[in-house]
Design a protein around this ligand. Structure first.
Ligand code: FE2
Length: 426
């Protein structure tokens, strides 16, 4: 057997198998019993959980770590957050955006998150946020996959230049078409925006990921239009609806009709449990709606559902750590996914399910896959969600990028030689 650059020995995989993983270059070259094989470096997992990396399919890198600027969101609502961000983006410089995003990427990588889909606001005629995030995407590319979504935060029609700026952003290399139909001036405009944005994606061969029905309004039904347009334009498997909070409040008969339509269109759903539980229901007294979409019900219909993080310390959400296990932990509770299979699935929803939503190539722990993996101080996926334990070692594309000793964790990111940072610098 030819030698390996690196062997991760005696790891427990998420499916319970115990195996050694042999890495050559940036690929997994072998998986099984590799005792006695030559290796440049051996990392002994000692029976701990070895997982494919965490994946975050919904984030906002342009706004991250801007909490409290220009002031705190007093009402805690989505709308006040949008208004605050509207002020902040006028004065924030491109360098500040890059710096904050890179700092967050360090946090995420140290927690084993090696792919992030980030929406980037295109409602600013300078498109400085788009330029900043394209720069960040390039800088972190050796160790972190960033997908960017053109996101018309102030409304594709409601903002006078959003349409043009969305197209400009896509021309500049933004990967995915976004939208925000529930923020247009009316339901008809919202539905029209879904139709036009899906048309743009079909023309350009791109994926779609829309903020969709992020409200407590039981009549906000843009996901129906999204499913319909996906079907009409042959975009099956390439479209995701983010949040879908209004489904929490919808009439049950209507949902019984909606879910099969979504399944038929192969739509994916990305609820964001930390932000949904914090922001939704703000206009209710009691009983107070919790605003998480119908996760188990969608899964029962065969709809792919992944957990997203959405925000960390920004105008919408004051907390957050970059740890996708925090997201899974909250999602498990709010969606009441308490059976052993469901708890295991919550782990899959921040790893393999999210990778499938983002259409990441060669993801997973198998021969030929990209050699990206995480060693966790836990025995299995359920224990990992319960404990949200230390990431003992993070390997990205064949290179060790983060590790943890008793009192410290540090990053050694390729392309940034000698660069060592503590996990949470703030
Ligand atoms: Fe979002």
């Amino acid at each position: 057997m030819a030698g390996f650059d690196l062997v991760v020995a005696r790891g427990t995989l998420p499916d319970g198998r115990v195996a050694d993983i042999g890495i050559r270059g940036d690929r997994i070259a072998a998986l099984g019993d590799l005792a006695g094989a030559e290796a440049g470096q051996v990392i002994d997992a000692g029976g701990d959980l070895v997982s494919p990396p965490f994946v975050d399919p919904h984030f906002h890198l342009d706004a991250v770590l801007s909490y409290g600027q220009p002031r705190i969101n007093e009402s805690g609502t989505l709308l006040e957050g949008i208004a605050l961000w509207g002020e902040l983006k006028q004065v924030m410089t491109q360098d500040e955006m890059v710096d904050r995003a890179l700092r967050y990427c360090d946090w995420a990588v140290s927690m084993g998150c090696l792919a992030i889909r980030s929406h980037v606001d295109v409602c600013d005629d300078t498109l400085k946020g788009v330029e900043a995030m394209l720069h960040v995407r390039e800088m972190v590319k050796p160790y972190l996959d960033v997908q960017l979504v053109a996101f018309p935060q102030d409304g594709f029609y409601r903002d006078p230049t959003a349409r043009e700026n969305t197209l400009r952003a896509l021309d500049m290399g933004v990967d995915v078409v976004g939208g925000i139909p529930h923020f247009e001036r009316g339901m008809a405009d919202g539905a029209a925006s879904v139709r036009e944005l899906c048309g743009i994606a079909a023309e350009r061969g791109l994926q779609v990921d829309m903020h969709c029905d992020e409200s407590d309004d039981p009549m906000s039904r843009h996901v129906e239009t999204l499913a319909q347009e996906t079907q009409r334009l042959g975009l099956q498997g390439r479209v995701a609806g983010s949040h879908l909070s209004s489904m929490h409040s919808m009439d049950n008969y209507y949902v019984s009709k909606l879910l099969p339509l979504m399944a038929e269109a192969e739509l994916s759903a990305i609820p964001n449990p930390l932000i949904n539980i914090m922001i939704q229901g703000r206009h209710d007294t009691f009983p107070k709606r919790r605003g998480l979409t119908r996760v188990r019900e969608m899964q029962a219909h065969g709809i792919r559902v992944g957990w997203g993080q959405d925000c960390v310390r920004d105008p919408w959400y004051s907390l957050g750590t970059g740890d996708m296990l925090d997201v899974a932990f909250m999602g498990l509770h709010v969606a009441q996914m308490s059976s052993p299979d469901e708890m295991h699935r919550c782990f899959d929803m921040v790893t393999s399910e999210n990778a499938a939503i983002m259409q990441l190539e060669d993801y997973g722990l198998h021969e030929g896959a990209v050699a990206s993996l995480v060693v966790l101080d836990a025995g299995d996926p359920i224990e990992a969600v319960r404990l949200r334990p230390d990431r003992l070692c993070v390997i990205s594309k064949g290179k060790v990028v983060a590790g943890k000793s008793r009192n410290d964790s540090s990053l050694c990111l390729p392309g940034r030689p000698g660069h060592v940072r503590r996990r949470h610098p703030l």
